[in-house]
Write a protein that binds this ligand. Structure first.
Ligand SMILES: *Cc1c(COP(=O)(O)O)cnc(C)c1O
Length: 376
């Protein structure tokens, strides 16, 4: 017998998540419209100082997107043509894209089987005398193996850049993402843990010179008005988005608690199912639970089964970076990064947002166990 689901369970619920702060968001937007100042200004500065405080860094620079954040960090470090940057083979293409945008070459390395982040033991294979930096990704919200990666980078004189797009608020040995390496790029795309109402991003760093240079780069390459001394990029954070982010930042910790609670309910509900669960939090690694990703041998059939019951799921991501059509000129082949490739065919992201109820999580768990019984 099939369990019937009365109300569909959405993968995301951004409007529901904003419900307790809707009036504050509206008045922030109205204030910006009443003022008529839309570019940079005090709302952007307020967001930068609040977000730097949150991450435990001395600087934050608001930018146009997560991709722009990583691009500006690479530009500010003078990474360009002839240089190589190591990236994980399993991540959103937005980790590798900025490397190509600045004219450098992304070099993939495989990820770990258990937590999806860059495998430190694979870095040596990706290293050459052209390597300038490593971009680590705290994929799905769990921090990468920072001590091992930093030790490798320091011994080869490489910069380490965090792609923290999915990990606002995650901690590694008690320190928040954004403060774990030389610099970090965050995305505030609407579905991220801290989302704007459009595109937005932020760079964090303790390096004052880097922050100063990124502030000039994002704003047409100007340190001084009308003196365009660096490449004139336009990658500013909109004032309107900054005003909305200032409101949502006050909610980030309670949203994180909600996500942790949902992850704990899933772990309980799915313990006796056939699917492989994500690693649980430990004292040294507390995930931001951006996504709740399981693995199943019958992933596509499971996804269809849940869809028929009205349960929304997604795949992050079905194709690894090294097999993306744009990167075909890099010469990679199927089989080059077996762990990443195996993940791509078995991963499934279950609904994850702070407003999910225990009952909904249990319905999803029961549906998966019912699927198990059907496939035998
Ligand atoms: C979302 C995301 C990006 C890119 O962010 P945008 O704001 O969409 O440009 C980069 N890397 C990862 C891992 C992401 O999830």
């Amino acid at each position: 017998m099939t369990i019937a689901i009365q109300n569909p369970i959405k993968f995301l619920d951004l409007a529901g998540q904003d419900a307790p702060i809707r009036d504050q968001l509206r008045s922030a937007a109205n204030r910006i419209i009443d003022q008529g100042n839309y570019i940079l200004g005090s709302d952007v500065q307020d967001f930068e100082s609040a977000f730097a405080d949150y991450c435990g860094t001395t600087h934050a620079v608001g930018v146009a997107s997560g991709l722009a954040a990583l691009e500006l960090i690479l530009r500010a470090y003078d990474v360009g043509p002839g240089d190589e940057v190591i990236v994980p083979a399993h991540t959103f293409v937005g980790t590798a894209a900025p490397v190509a945008i600045v004219g450098a070459t992304p070099v993939c390395a495989d990820v770990k089987g258990d937590d999806y982040t860059l495998d430190p033991s694979k870095l040596e294979d990706a290293l050459s005398d052209k390597t300038k930096a490593i971009i680590v990704v705290h994929l799905y919200g769990r921090t990468a193996d920072m001590d091992a990666i930093l030790a490798f980078a320091r011994s080869h004189n490489l910069k380490v850049i965090e792609d923290a797009a999915q990990a606002h608020g995650a901690t590694y040995k008690g320190r928040r993402t954004g403060s774990l390496a030389d610099a970090a790029g965050f995305s505030c795309y609407p579905t991220k843990n801290l989302g704007a109402s459009g595109d937005a991003g932020v760079v964090t760093t303790d390096d004052a010179d880097l922050a100063h240079k990124i502030k000039a780069l994002r704003n047409c390459g100007q340190f001084e008005k009308n003196q365009h001394s660096l490449l004139p990029c336009n990658h500013r954070l909109d004032t309107l988005q900054a005003a909305l982010l200032n409101v949502r930042l006050t909610m980030l910790d309670s949203w994180l608690k909600g996500r942790q609670q949902v992850a704990a309910w899933y772990a309980k509900s799915l313990a006796d199912s056939s699917v492989t669960l994500p690693l649980e939090d430990e004292e040294d690694q507390v995930s931001a639970w951006h996504l709740y990703v399981i693995r199943s041998e019958h992933r596509d059939a499971l996804k269809d089964y849940l869809a028929r019951l009205g349960i929304g799921t997604a795949i992050h991501y079905p194709n690894p970076v090294h097999l993306q059509p744009y990167f075909s000129t890099l010469g990679y082949q199927t089989g080059d990064f077996p762990v990443a490739e195996a993940h791509c065919s078995s991963i499934l992201s279950l609904p994850m947002h702070p407003n999910l109820t225990r009952e909904q999580v249990e319905i999803i768990g029961d549906a998966i166990k019912q699927f198990d019984r059907q496939v035998g």
